[in-house]
Structures are given as C-alpha cells and as structure tokens.
Design a protein around this ligand. Structure first.
Ligand code: GLP
Length: 235
C-alpha cells in the first residue's frame, strides 16, 4: 500500500487528479466514483481541466434509499452538480434510490458492475471505517446490498440535511467484493475525525469490524491523506 501524506489536502487532490490524467493517457476508462466532501476538490479539478470523459464510464459507490436522482440531497444530484453536468461521461451509473424493489435493483446494479470492470476507484472513508456504505460487519465477499445505516453514519451525514430525521436510514451500496475488484484504488481522507479509521485501515487487523481494513489485501492501493488523518500512523 502506498501512503502519501500532505501538509495541505489540496495537494492530495492534485495527486488524485494526476491519477485521472495518467489513466486517460492510455484511452477511455471506467472510473468508480464516490460522493462526500472528500472528493469535491478533486471533482472541481476535473471540471476545470481539459480532460475528456465522453468515451469513459463512471460507476458510483452508493445512493440513499428513497431519494430520487433529482432530490437535492441524493448522491445522483451531488454527482450531477459537482461533475457530470460539466463533464459528461459516455455512461454514468448509480444505484437507483427510487427503486423500492430491492431485489431488482441489486441484480441490476450487480450486472452494471459485471459489465463495467472498474479501472480506477476513488474512495472516501467514514469515521467508523466504512467504504461506500459498507458499514462495520459488512461481508468482505458482499456484492450490492440494501444497507441499514448505523447511527454514527446518520449522525455524520446529517450536516448535509436540514434535520437528522431527514437523513435516510438505508442506502444501496456496492459491496466490498466489487470495490476490491477495481484494478487500482485511491482512498482519500482529511481531518482528525478520520485518524482512527486510517489507523485501523493501515495498522489494524483485517476485520469486517473496520471494513476499509480489507484494502490491506488489495495489490494496488494509494492513500492520499493530510497530516491530521495520518496522525496515528507509525510512518
Ligand atoms: C458517506 C459515503 C462515503 C464517504 C463517507 C465520507 O457515508 N457513503 O462514500 O466516503 O461518507 O464522507 P466525507 O467525505 O463527507 O467525509
């Protein structure tokens, strides 16, 4: 695992941007994308660049259950605002938060993932070590699931909503096995709130209690961190 620590998280976003440039240098690619505040500056750099995604595919990690793509708090809406409306891809796939037939949606999204193997996956991390919405206890061999969000995740994500009651309690998420099948993974994190999760990811045991710890077993992972997120590492 490559671990790069920067004084300023802006430099981590620059480095993540470089990985996109490199990936596109050899032709269109399939990109696994994440939401949250962590990749926002990366997406801003992509938007401001002259990179062309019109022949590339994007596949997102997750979506809140019950929110349609045009709901301002949905991840689909977030991706449109931050990236897709400025930089259209050939196809952009996300789970459909409006689909109440979860068996159907899970099957559909697993087929999307099977048809579009991910070249470069961007990840953030929850302060409890979740990746996508794979909460502690999620199986390492899991594919797409309808997940119950933990109280700590609901608490952490309430800042995006007017009231904590408005935060959906479930989400569709790509499973850990699908994330692990990406050729390359970049996990980004900043701030002291992420320091324990980053410590567990890098130096802790590989355990479903801290889902991101499975990344120790992936052959090509780069962590892009600021000093605060890396503070507990023995580098
Ligand atoms: C959410 C998302 C994750 C994201 C995490 C961290 O729960 N499902 O994909 O990595 O939060 O978010 P942030 O980057 O805002 O800290």
């Amino acid at each position: 695992m490559e671990i790069l620590v920067y004084d300023q998280f802006d430099a981590a976003s620059d480095k993540a941007f470089d990985f996109f440039v490199q990936a596109l240098a050899t032709g269109p690619k399939t990109f696994g994308l994440a939401t949250g505040s962590t990749p926002e500056a990366l997406y801003q750099r992509l938007v401001e660049s002259d990179l062309d995604f019109s022949q590339s595919v994007s596949v997102n990690l997750d979506e809140y259950y019950g929110l349609s793509s045009d709901h301002p708090k949905s991840y689909h809406y977030f991706m449109n605002q931050h990236l897709f409306q400025h930089k259209p891809f050939k196809h952009s796939y996300l789970p459909d938060g409006d689909q109440t037939d979860s068996d159907y949606e899970i099957k559909r999204y697993n087929q999307v993932l099977a048809d579009n193997p991910i070249d470069l996956q961007i990840l953030g991390i929850g302060s409890n070590g979740h990746i996508g919405f794979n909460e502690p206890g999620a199986p390492f061999d899991g594919l797409t699931q309808l997940v119950d969000l933990t109280p700590s995740t609901i608490e952490a994500n309430k800042r995006f909503f007017d009231r904590v009651e408005d935060v959906p309690t479930q989400a569709y998420s790509m499973g850990i096995a699908s994330i692990m099948s990406a050729k390359k993974i970049i996990l980004m994190a900043y701030g002291e709130k992420k320091a324990d999760a980053i410590y567990g990811l890098v130096e802790g045991p590989v355990t479903p209690d801290l889902p991101a710890s499975i990344l120790q077993r992936h052959p090509d992972v780069t962590l892009l961190l600021d000093k605060a997120a890396a503070a507990k590492l023995h580098l």
